[in-house]
Design a protein around this ligand. Structure first.
Ligand code: AMP
Length: 391
């Protein structure tokens, strides 16, 4: 037995944390410090009675000291820290202990994720100060996809861009895809090594992955998390000429087009209303045609991506739905599966209504292939990897 692991997910303006037991797979405490670097930084937590407190003007360092103080007051201890790190590039094929050497390699990858990796690094440095005696581990969103073959990860660009700058497809949401695939094998009572799976992680960010024998063969996200499926506010795939086209047509700067593609597109852009799938489905019921069109495009593009991922698999044992939308949205699952009859998938309407809860997650008719709903748990993957490395 090992005492719980503190999991940190450091963003630019917030730190999400949880204290999780890797052996029991349970979360003792979870929380968030939000509005970092503003005078109103706020620490909120659930579990252990829950609560919130103001931290005043707090950056990452002060926020982490606030978390240390909270654990101390609640009399909670931890045996190590697991950091969620967005981009591990090609160097990090699996999770690793934080050391001077691994930090240096992470710094060398900063150019691949200029928005995320610098704050992840800052979080690790601040955590080393706040918890000087605890071993720390980095767990990467990209690592799971490092098994993708060349044919899936290369862009058809001048090869020199790959050789010199490592411009290629990496994929993200690796901890989630990994968790739900392992869980699918457990539920199907078959070894992961013999399964052909497609996992659809549908949250505010969305990606799907083809996983053969537990190894990622292809995925929809690329060099950055903008590629692939339609997401809450991200466009997913677009014509690569769009930047130039809009710069000329509307006199927009490159930064403005990128901002639009990342923050004002996807479900939000199409509907002109919200990035929240629940609200869109409600609006559709009330007759909002644009909300309806946004959901239709979302499901069509998802189904199209799933059928494309089949090329990397050759056969299918199960399609897994996860993430806030995948786990909860009955109509999105139904409308997506209705577009995929040629994969041999047919919705079990009743099971879909109850999110497959009475059938071990299964929401399709027939035995194979099947569609499963599996709630993801990225924190538990981080806790387990951390525990394994510090043991
Ligand atoms: P996540 O990023 O995994 O937390 O997922 C966020 C997305 O899940 C948002 O688009 C939510 O609208 C969506 N979501 C959460 N609950 C539901 C629900 N009951 N029905 C449809 N979408 C939901």
């Amino acid at each position: 037995m090992i005492s719980p692991i503190l999991i940190l997910n450091c963003g630019s303006s917030s730190i999400k944390f949880s204290l999780s037991d890797p052996d029991q797979g349970a979360h003792v405490l979870s929380g968030l410090v939000e509005k970092l670097d503003s005078p109103g930084a706020l620490l909120k937590w659930k579990g252990a009675h829950g609560g919130e407190r103001e931290l005043g003007l707090a950056g990452h360092r002060e926020a982490l000291r606030g978390i240390v103080g909270l654990l101390h007051e609640l009399n909670l201890s931890c045996s190590g820290i697991g950091h969620r790190v967005v981009h591990g590039g090609e160097h990090f094929r699996k999770s690793c202990l934080v050391s001077e050497e691994s930090m240096e390699s992470l710094r060398a990858n900063q150019h691949l994720a200029p928005l995320h990796n610098p704050v992840n690094l800052l979080g690790i440095e601040a955590a080393r100060e706040a918890f000087p005696d605890l071993p720390q581990v980095m767990v990467f969103d990209t690592a799971f996809h490092q098994t993708m073959p060349e044919r899936a990860y290369l862009y058809a660009l001048p090869y020199d861009l790959y050789e010199t700058h490592r411009i290629r497809r990496y994929g993200f949401h690796g901890t989630s895809h990994r968790y739900v695939c392992e869980e699918a094998a457990r539920r199907l009572e078959r070894p992961l090594e013999e399964l052909a799976l497609i996992s659809a992680h549908l949250g505010n960010g969305c990606s799907a992955a083809a996983v053969l024998g537990g190894k990622s063969m292809d995925t929809t996200m690329g060099l950055t998390p903008l590629e692939g499926l339609v997401m809450g506010t991200r466009s997913g795939d677009i014509d690569p000429s769009l930047h130039e086209f809009l710069c000329k047509l509307l006199n927009m700067s490159l930064a403005e087009v990128s901002d639009m593609l990342n923050k004002k597109s996807g479900l939000l852009g199409l509907s002109g209303r919200t990035n929240d799938m629940r609200e869109l489905l409600q609006a559709e019921q009330e007759g909002d045609n644009r909300a309806s069109m946004a959901v239709t495009v979302f499901c069509y593009r998802l189904a199209k991506a799933i059928s494309g991922l089949m090329v990397g698999l050759g056969r299918l044992d199960a399609l897994i739905f996860t993430g806030g939308i995948g786990e909860n949205s009955i109509p999105v699952r139904q409308r997506t599966l209705d577009l995929l009859p040629f994969l041999g998938l047919k919705v079990d309407v009743e099971a879909n209504q109850s999110h497959g809860l009475d059938q071990n997650g299964r929401i399709s008719l027939g035995t194979s292939p099947c569609a499963l709903v599996i709630p993801t748990d990225e924190e538990i993957v981080i806790a387990r990897d951390t525990a394994t490395l510090i043991r």
